[in-house]
Design a protein around this ligand. Structure first.
Ligand SMILES: [Zn+2]
Length: 355
């Protein structure tokens, strides 16, 4: 519970510093190449303004690495306005053949307090009538993924693929509770995935698991092991796709505080390469590695010589699901010794714990 108290303080401080902006100004959208279930196609990303992630603004303080709530207007957005904002956003993009539309609510799309049901139904209905849209992807915490809500979504969207991304982050309940402050357990995740995979639904709903790479207070070596284990677990629990999110330092988070104090570093890109290589061998469902923030001061980093080349290799591997080609760079030795060193510190800690 200590982490929760700390998070409350950090979040209150962050929210009080926020500059309020109208919802219309908080709805960026962009597009790009992406991997669909049917192969390579086009993705349109749309951020919807909401009152903010219910977990982040609750007494819990929210997650230790996340500041998406700072991009929210923090006030109720009327359903009509929300639908209008969505229409304008999607209208800016050409909807080519083989398109996936990804909607981010900076929280839970299926929570009616964040996205009112009328707005949700209208948005899904608009997408139902776009013949080039093959998939619709949203995000939600597990507690909102109920059979009733899924049925409502199916009715509104018809038989297009509807994928719900859940921030599982890790298969380790201790890490999720004490290092991330996520506030739900593996059991909650499993219940949501079972609801999604319920054959009685009569439409094509699928679960995606988000896995966070390198939470705070985790060594480089453990971060790799935990990410690989978590992917294997997510597949066995019934997820249809996995999306890895390597840590980047968000503003006004506990992670930022530790980073500034020298007690935390985002993962090496070498570690990310290792994770991809290993899961390509042990997991059969599609696996995407988010490369946002790669090579920046606040994101996954190797050295100036190899950052961008490795980023391109990973983006390519996302699209064709291949095992990324290996690269040599002088910084690799430093990474290797850090992995070795984190092994030593871990065994020392275990030794001390035993005494
Ligand atoms: Zn390098």
């Amino acid at each position: 519970m200590e982490i929760e108290n700390l998070m409350q303080e950090i979040r209150e401080d962050a929210l009080s510093k926020m500059e309020r902006r109208p919802p219309q100004d908080l709805a960026p959208s962009w597009s790009g190449e992406d991997l669909l279930y049917s192969g390579i196609g086009n993705a349109i990303f749309i951020v919807l303004p909401t009152p903010g992630c219910a977990w982040a603004i609750s007494g819990s303080g929210g997650c230790t690495m996340c500041s998406y709530v700072s991009d929210s207007p923090l006030e109720k957005v009327e359903p009509d306005l929300l639908v209008d904002i969505f229409k304008k956003a999607i209208g800016k993009h050409e909807i080519n053949e083989k398109t996936v539309v990804k909607i981010f609510a900076s929280g839970s799309f299926l929570n009616p307090d964040e996205i009112p049901r009328i707005a949700r139904d209208k948005i899904l209905d608009i997408l139902k009538n776009e013949k080039n849209v093959e998939e619709v992807v949203v995000e939600s915490r597990p507690e909102y993924i109920t059979k009733d809500v899924l049925k409502e979504c199916c009715e509104a969207l018809g038989n297009k693929i509807f994928e719900i991304g859940i921030g599982l982050e890790t298969s380790n309940d201790y890490t999720r509770e004490n290092k991330i402050n996520k506030g739900f357990s593996k059991k909650d995740f499993e219940m949501a995935v079972n609801n999604i995979n319920d054959t009685k639904l009569n439409c094509d709903v699928r679960a995606k698991a988000y896995i966070f790479v390198k939470p705070i207070l985790t060594s480089e070596k453990d971060a790799i092991e935990e990410a690989v284990e978590s992917a294997e677990y997510a597949e066995s629990a019934g997820a249809s796709r996995i999306s890895f999110c390597p840590a980047t330092i968000h503003k006004d988070t506990l992670m930022e505080l530790l980073w500034r104090g020298g007690s935390y570093q985002p993962p090496w890109i070498w570690s990310i390469m290792e994770i991809i290589r290993r899961v390509r061998g042990s997991v059969d469902i599609p696996i995407i590695m988010d490369t946002a923030g790669f090579g920046s001061r606040r994101g996954p980093y190797n050295c100036k010589k190899c950052n961008s080349q490795l980023k391109s290799i990973i983006i390519e591997s996302n699209l064709d699901q291949s095992i990324p080609e290996d690269l040599e760079c002088e910084c690799k030795e430093k990474w290797e010794s850090e992995i070795e060193f984190s092994n030593i510190t871990r065994s020392t800690t275990n030794l001390l714990r035993k005494k």
